[in-house]
Design a binder for this molecule. Structure first.
Ligand code: ADP
Length: 398
C-alpha cells in the first residue's frame, strides 16, 4: 500500500510517500514558508534534491503542488493519484479522545478543532493539511496519527498535576506528552534489538532533538513521560527551558514587566541551550563554542546532560529498573559526546557505556558493554513509517 504521510506545520508542509510493506520512501519533500512570497518546495530522495522557489499562499496550494510533483516532473514517483492508497496525517494533540490513530471522519475533524485549545499552534495547521487533501484527493481515505496517543496509557498518578482538581474537570489540564510516535517506534525497535518481547520490556526512551522528551515504557505501554500539558515541560531543549520552578513565571513577569505572551516567548524561544549559551540552540554550535573556551556554552552542555541524566534516574525508579535506554533524534542519534556525558557516572546503576561502540557505527545499535545490566541503544527514529503503518492498518481494516 502507498501511503502519503503529511506533517503540516504553521508555515510548512512536510511529506513522504511510502510503500508500507517494503518501507521504501518513494518520494519526499517539504514546502517551507507557506503563506509568504519567499516560499519554496524542496524535494527528492537520496542525493537528487530539487528546489522550486514559488509563492504558495496556503496549505491548499501546497498540497496541489505536492500532488503535481508526485505524479509529474523530475521526482515523479507514481503515474497518477490513483496510486496513492491513503493519507496519514500527523496531528499533535488528540487529547483524551484518541488512545490510537483513527480514520478521519467529520466527527474526528470536530475533535481536532476542539483540541486546538490545547495545541493552538499545531492542531489548526494539521486541519488545514487535512482539508487540502480532502479537496485535492477526494475519496482517498485518511488517518490521523496523534503525538499524544501513546501516552494515553498513563495512569492518573502519572498524568495528573497536583493542582485544584476542578482545573482538570473544567479545562482538561493534565499531562498529554509529545513525540509519542517517535517514542513508540524506538521503544518497539529497542525491544526487538534486545530480543525481548515488547510486552515484557522496560525501556527508557530519550528523544533528543530541538525538542526533547524522555519516556518510561513498560510492558509495551508508556507509563510516564517528561512533556506535560504542553511541549515545554521536562528536559532542557534547544530554546525551551523544560521544567523550572513554576514560581519563576509570575516572579519574572513582575520583574521584567512581561505579559503572558512575553513570558511564554521567553520560556519557549529564548531559553534552553540558546538561553544559557547565548550562542545557539544548535548543539553542534554550542559544543564548538565550548571547545573554544566559551564558559556559558560549557555550562549549557553541563546543564543539558544533567537534565537528561536526572530523567533516567526518575524512570529507573518509576519502573523499578530498565532493560534498555534508547537514544534517538538529532542529538540522541548523532552526538556521541552528549551521550557519553549523559551516561557518565551511571555505572553504579548498572549502566555502562562502551566508549568505542558509542563513538562508532550507524543505524540501530547497542553502545553499552556486555556487562551493562541495562543496555544502551541508539535507534534512528522513523515517525513517518509509524504514521504510514498505522494508516495502512486502519484503512485495510475498513
Ligand atoms: P527537530 O526536533 O527540529 O526535528 P532534530 O531531531 O533534527 O530536531 O535535532 C536537532 C539537534 O540535533 C540540534 O541540536 C543539532 O545540533 C543536533 N544534531 C544534528 N546532527 C548532529 C550531529 N551530527 N552531531 C551532533 N548534534 C547533531
Amino acid at each position: 500500500m502507498n501511503v502519503l504521510v503529511i506533517n503540516a506545520g504553521s508555515s510548512s508542509l512536510k511529506y513522504q510517500l511510502m510503500h508500507v510493506e517494503s518501507q521504501e520512501v518513494l518520494a519526499k519533500g517539504i514546502c517551507e514558508r507557506v503563506g509568504s512570497p519567499a516560499s519554496f518546495h524542496r524535494y527528492g530522495t537520496g542525493p537528487k534534491e530539487h528546489q522550486d522557489d514559488l509563492p504558495l499562499e496556503d496549505h491548499d496550494q501546497a498540497i496541489a503542488l505536492v500532488i503535481d510533483a508526485l505524479t509529474t516532473g523530475p521526482a515523479k514517483a507514481v503515474d497518477s493519484l490513483a496510486a496513492i492508497d491513503a493519507v496519514g496525517h500527523r496531528v499533535v494533540q488528540g487529547g483524551r479522545y484518541y488512545p490510537q490513530s483513527v480514520l478521519i471522519t467529520e466527527e474526528v475533524i470536530g475533535r481536532i478543532e476542539e483540541l486546538a485549545k490545547l495545541a493552538p499552534l499545531h492542531n489548526p495547521p494539521a486541519l488545514r493539511g487535512i482539508f487540502a487533501c480532502q479537496h485535492h484527493m477526494p475519496g482517498v481515505p485518511m488517518v490521523a496519527v496523534f503525538d499524544t496517543s501513546f501516552f494515553q496509557s498513563m495512569e492518573p498518578k502519572s498524568y495528573m498535576y497536583p493542582l485544584p482538581y476542578d482545573l482538570y474537570e473544567k479545562h482538561d489540564i493534565r499531562k498529554y506528552g509529545a513525540h509519542g510516535t517517535s517514542h513508540r517506534y524506538v521503544a518497539e525497535q529497542g525491544a526487538r534489538l534486545l530480543g525481548i518481547p515488547f510486552a515484557e520490556s522496560r525501556l527508557i526512551t530519550l528523544h533528543l532533538g530541538n525538542g526533547c522528551s524522555a519516556s518510561a515504557v513498560a510492558g509495551g505501554k508508556a507509563v510516564d513521560t517528561s512533556m506535560g500539558l504542553t511541549p515545554l515541560d521536562g528536559l532542557m531543549m534547544g530554546t525551551r527551558c523544560g521544567a523550572i520552578d513554576p514560581a519563576i513565571v509570575p516572579f519574572v513577569m513582575d520583574l521584567e514587566g512581561l505579559d503572558t505572551a512575553g513570558v511564554n516567548n521567553l520560556m519557549n524561544k529564548q531559553s534552553g541551550l540558546l538561553g544559557i549559551s547565548g550562542v545557539s540552540n544548535d548543539l553542534r554550535t554550542v559544543a564548538e563554542a565550548a571547545d573554544g573556551g566559551n564558559s556559558r556554552a560549557a555550562l549549557a552542555l553541563d546543564l543539558y546532560a544533567q537534565s537528561v541524566k536526572k530523567y533516567i534516574g526518575i524512570y529507573l525508579a518509576v519502573m523499578g529498573g530498565a532493560d534498555g535506554i534508547v537514544f534517538t533524534a538529532g542529538i540522541g542519534e548523532n552526538s556521541a559526546m552528549m551521550r557519553a556525558r549523559i551516561l557518565e557516572g551511571l555505572e553504579g546503576l548498572g549502566i555502562v557505556c562502551d566508549p568505542l561502540k558509542n563513538a562508532q557505527g550507524k543505524g540501530p545499535r547497542v553502545i553499552s558493554t556486555d556487562s551493562s545490566s541495562t543496555a544502551v541503544m541508539v535507534i534512528p527514529t522513523n515517525e513517518e513509517y509509524m504514521i504510514a503503518r498505522d494508516t495502512a492498518e486502519i484503512v485495510s481494516a475498513q
